[in-house]
Design a protein around this ligand. Structure first.
Ligand code: ADP
Ligand code: MG
Length: 229
């Protein structure tokens, strides 16, 4: 049986910008099945980040429902949402968001620390994940001692080290050159194919879209196209 990892049903999001309300998402519905690799595509302001944040339980929908792993996020307390984010979801941001004073290893290990994994096991798992992503030499480096591509790989390692069921990536290549973007996307594809991890990435980079199996186009907060590619 195919497992549904994400189900968005009639999702709407309205932001208040001062006294003005902005409808960032309107009536967005789709399912993502286990093992899929989806790119959310649309111009700036079309609602991609808003949607990823809602799928990742970083923000709440104004209307509609989102289920992750068959759990309706609307019904969850803040602490349950925190647990869901920690244990089931990995998030990669455009700006990497690594902790500057921590080494690559410490940045990755930190997530396992939050999960209560003991020191030797979390060290080992963080090392193994960094090595699998080609970062053996960077293990003890801090973010400022690494290139943008290396930092984004560390961010991917941090997002997958806990073996989440869903990896969300918001314009992960926005600050990377073409060569580095290809390498990063190749890595995402391997993660998707080797471990069956479900990936949803927002992008307006055609190179990134080329690696995904399905493309959902947003325009002014609405789904205008949803195709397998
Ligand atoms: P994208 O990621 O596709 O560029 P966003 O989801 O960031 O789109 O934005 C969608 C719309 O929501 C835009 O009109 C944007 O100005 C608005 N928006 C996004 N975040 C906020 C916020 N925190 N407060 C108010 N308006 C927001
Ligand atoms: Mg965005």
């Amino acid at each position: 049986m195919t497992e549904t990892v994400v189900r968005a049903t009639n999702v709407g999001k309205t932001y208040m910008q001062g006294a003005v309300s902005v409808e960032a998402l309107s009536d967005v519905s789709f399912d993502v099945i286990q093992g899929d690799f989806v790119s959310l595509v649309g111009p700036s302001g079309s609602g991609k980040s808003t949607l990823l944040h809602i799928l990742g339980a970083l923000d709440a929908a104004t209307t509609g429902t989102v289920e992750v792993d068959s759990v309706d996020l609307n019904g969850l307390s803040q602490s349950k949402l925190t647990n869901l984010r920690l244990n089931k979801i990995g998030f990669v941001f455009q700006a990497y968001n690594l902790v500057p004073v921590l080494s690559a290893l410490e940045n990755v290990e930190f997530i396992l620390h939050l999960q209560g994994v003991g020191k030797s096991e979390r060290r080992a798992r963080a090392r193994e994940t960094l090595i699998a992503l080609g970062l053996e030499k960077e293990i003890d480096r801090r973010p400022t001692e690494m290139s943008g591509g290396q930092q984004q790989r560390v961010a991917v390692a941090r997002a997958i080290v806990s073996d989440p069921i869903l990896l969300l990536a918001d314009e992960p290549s926005a600050n990377l050159d073409t060569q580095t973007t290809s390498e990063l996307c190749g890595t995402l594809r391997s993660i998707n194919q080797d471990s069956g991890m479900t990936i949803v990435t927002a992008t307006h980079d055609p190179l990134v879209m080329g690696f995904a199996a399905r493309r959902i186009d947003l325009k002014d907060g609405e789904v205008v196209k949803d195709v397998r590619v």
